[in-house]
Design a protein around this ligand. Sequence first.
Ligand SMILES: [Zn+2]
Length: 387
Amino acid sequence: MATLSWSLVLFLALVAVVVAGYPDINTVPPVDSPEVVAWLKELNLAAAPNISVNSVNPATNTPNCPVNQTNTEKNAACHSTCSDCHADDIISCSAPLTWGLTFDDGPSEITPSLLDFLKSKHLKASFFLIGSNVISNTDTIKRQLAEGHHLASHTWSHTALTTLTNEQIVAEMKWTEMAVMNATGKRLKYMRPPYGDIDNRVRFVLKKLGYTPVEWTSDAFDTNDWKIPANATADDLTLAATNFTNTMKKYVASAKTNKGFYALQHDRTIESLNLTQILIAKKPKTLNVNNIPGCEGGASYQVISSNATTTAKHPTGTPSGISAVTPVVATTTVDVLTSVSPVPAATTTSVSGSTVVVNNPNDAVSCTRSIGWTLMASVLIAALLSV
Ligand SMILES: [Zn+2]
């Protein structure tokens, strides 16, 4: 028992070192910590739209759509998940004939290999980082920056934001921002909501924090890499690439190439890395590839004021973008690439002969949590063996 106790102490100490100064990983951060209280003091959220916090479907981690909503209420909420409403979110790359290359849910253990690949192809990507993954992979995000890639936010715990309170959204965004800023000195500007889940209340809070949401163009541009089962064969991957390859061909042949697209891709499994390599190889020659700054131009990061406080190194005063907050017009955005047919969900059943793990689109929580538990279990076992 004594041996086990010491092992547990060592294990807990190691975990504490990993997350020192930060909230628990893969968990919505508390809103009563000194850091979050200080951040909230700097913001005026009083004018946030009065839109209810959604409940969560525990099977998918996505929000349950409100029932008995009137059209007026639907328009006021402009909920991406339930109404396919995108307001002024960026959903298309502004550069013509361009694949906006973005990777969600990292950094992970396969990210360095992805960086090797991108370097070999002279490609630049944007990485939507999960704060919980950043704090144990700071060398990776420093490398991403050094090699010309672009960093953006994918929240702290990868929780659907319409299921969180305004204060919890602030905590999710600011802890991630702080983790990246502490490692790189960069203050993130762009973000992708987990599961693409956003409404006008979330948009208001994000704008107060100076963030611009970027989604993927439509379901046709979801590479479905998150559906590929572990240990997929080369043939499985080639088959999985077929749908997106067809989407690229249709896009290039369409009359809608005056704007580019953003695809949904991840850097969290070897399968997602392998699929990326196949898709790049199958890319039509006329199709350009670029990251968000390459698509949108302008500043890649928020300006950091010189009078930073000692509280979590957060700039005082009004974060850039707050003064520009205006009510979001609740309109359903028409997909500029409507000539591209939605990709059928056949990939899920044809990828492999083995059982396909059907997660919710963009679901990273189960993955990152399992990685976290695996890591902790490994540390515990190592501690037990060492005594
Ligand atoms: Zn994600």
